[in-house]
Design a binder for this molecule. Structure first.
Ligand code: TPP
Ligand code: SF4
Length: 279
């Protein structure tokens, strides 16, 4: 990655913000995650044209519009395939994928598993508010089983929540962390480390939805900031997950699996592609 060279002074987070004002509800955790992403970029100092932020659909997935790097607001659950294609075609780019728990673990769940397995050098920041915010508060895969506030599941889902970190570990992610939107500096540090670590990095950020999950305001007092100690042992990380209450933060696991970097083929022309599909 080339160093930032547009200005002589080191870049600031503001250099990576766009002029669009976020439309999130006041108090939404996603503001803070945006800030952490731009703080991490300022620390990493790439040129803006060397970065792409890729998202799916959801309140959280609006992030590309609010950054001043390249971005792709793709379709619901499809951010990881888009990002994988981009990184494989342009390995020189820093590719950061941003989205929500609904986008990433429900409709995008299969892509999540295979992105961990493939281990392409991407950083995946999942803003987990345990709800579908954008579509007005339905339960998502990480919603607690006894949450009764949704009109669709007034008796609770009755289903055990998905454990994204355990799935990431089992599927082969190379770096696994949990952060909290109420700790923007801690989150920025972890995102910076995740981008620097080669391979697929998974960063879950507890990012409160004040509108549909107002109880998450309690995270201010219940989340334990940076109490995790990173391990490179899958067994140790898996053991920790058996007793995880979802409120610890920090880097949990740092692996060293080989990064998948497929050799690039010489690009075909449009004529070649048309000929190959001709019947
Ligand atoms: C194929 C498809 N199915 C469903 C939707 C509707 N949809 C848009 S956003 C969303 C949920 C987003 O929730 P989440 O990813 O948790 O993000 P949040 O809004 O909570 O940040 C859904 C179901 C869609 N846009 N496209
Ligand atoms: S609905 Fe929830 S997730 Fe969406 S902007 Fe509002 S607080 Fe944030």
């Amino acid at each position: 990655m080339t160093a930032h060279s547009e200005q002589s002074a080191p870049p600031s987070p503001g250099d990576y913000k766009s002029d669009y004002r976020p439309v999130w509800c006041p108090g939404c955790g996603h503001y803070s995650v945006l800030s952490s992403v731009t703080k991490a970029l300022a620390e990493l100092a790439p040129k803006r044209e060397d970065v792409a932020v890729i998202s799916g659909i959801g309140c959280s997935s609006r992030i590309p519009a609010y950054t001043s790097v390249y971005g792709f607001h793709s379709i619901h659950g499809r951010s990881l395939p888009v990002a994988t294609g981009l990184k494989v075609a342009r390995p020189d780019l820093m590719v950061i994928v941003c989205g929500g728990d609904g986008d990433g673990y429900s409709i995008g769940g299969n892509h999540f598993i295979h992105a961990c397995r493939r281990n392409v050098d991407l950083t995946y920041v999942v803003m987990d508010n345990q709800v579908y915010g954008m579509t007005k508060g339905q339960a998502s895969p990480t919603t607690p089983a006894d949450w009764k506030k949704s009109k669709l599941t007034p008796h609770g889902t009755g289903v055990s929540p998905f454990h994204p970190l355990a799935v990431a570990l089992a599927a082969g992610a190379n770096f696994i962390a949990r952060c909290y939107a109420g700790d923007p500096n801690g989150t920025a540090r972890v995102i910076t480390e995740a981008v620097r670590h080669p391979g697929f990095s998974m960063v879950q950020v507890l990012s409160q939805c004040v509108t549909y999950q107002p109880g998450q305001k309690e995270w201010k007092t219940t989340v334990r900031k940076s109490d995790l100690t990173a391990t490179s042992s899958v067994a140790e990380a898996a053991k920790w997950m058996m007793t995880d209450d979802g409120l610890s933060t920090g880097v949990l696991y740092i692996g060293n699996r080989p990064v998948y970097r497929p050799a690039l083929q010489e690009s075909a022309t449009i004529d070649d592609i048309e000929t190959s599909f001709a019947v």
